[in-house]
Design a protein around this ligand. Sequence first.
Ligand SMILES: Nc1ncnc2c1ncn2[C@@H]1O[C@H](COP(=O)(O)OP(=O)(O)OP(=O)(O)O)[C@@H](O)[C@H]1O
Length: 237
Amino acid sequence: MVLSARGVTKTYRKGAVAVPVLRGADIEVREGEMLAIVGQSGSGKSTLLHVLGTLDRPDAGEVVYQGERIDALSRKRRDAFRNTELGMIFQSYHLLPELSALENVLAPALIRYDMFDYFAKRRQLRERAAALLERVGLGHRLTHKPRELSGGEMQRTAIARALMNEPSLLLADEPTGNLDPTSGEGVLELLRGLNQTDGLTVVMVTHDRSIAALADRTVTLVEGRVADEEAGLRVQG
Ligand SMILES: Nc1ncnc2c1ncn2[C@@H]1O[C@H](COP(=O)(O)OP(=O)(O)OP(=O)(O)O)[C@@H](O)[C@H]1O
């Protein structure tokens, strides 16, 4: 087990109104698997993913990554954890609009290294970023800005960026939510390939059960709790 959450609760407050979103969610992520989190709109999928990725703090419960509690880390340690262990991709890509695809992919390295280290390694890092873009099928789009890319190409760029610092875990929030079926399939195949070929652990939130069926395992959230668990339809081996 690489990552787990136990008894996680989270309530958002809007003025006087409290909205309980997670109500004691338990989840275990196994090393090397592709896990899908499904559930109806509002069931707390994104919130759980954010808690797993330390983007959000639970009110109660614990989140453990490789034996270490990560739910109450200082901001600095949380940032370092996200920068080095974790890749994240989102439905709306979150690319920096003024940067080229190559510069977007390089961004996590700029955060990881101090200026001198980055400068010393810049050639290697640029080569790595270009190789990652090549890997996701965008070797011919290095200098394009996000607005010059299709949705599928933007998500592929975001995936390359997520891989820049060699994470062991990739969290994906509705990664195909804004894509047409063909581009969506391409992105899912890419994620599947990274999982199967590179052994990357992938946790993917989706409301679409046919997408979840591509995963090894599915957990269903119902009103902020994990309801059941099913093996995916994929034939093992
Ligand atoms: N930052 C926030 N402040 C207040 N309420 C929030 C916040 N984030 C989420 N919520 C509320 O929490 C509930 C669960 O949201 P969440 O995004 O986790 O659900 P979801 O299952 O991912 O839904 P969807 O499939 O529609 O994205 C929603 O009712 C949402 O309005």
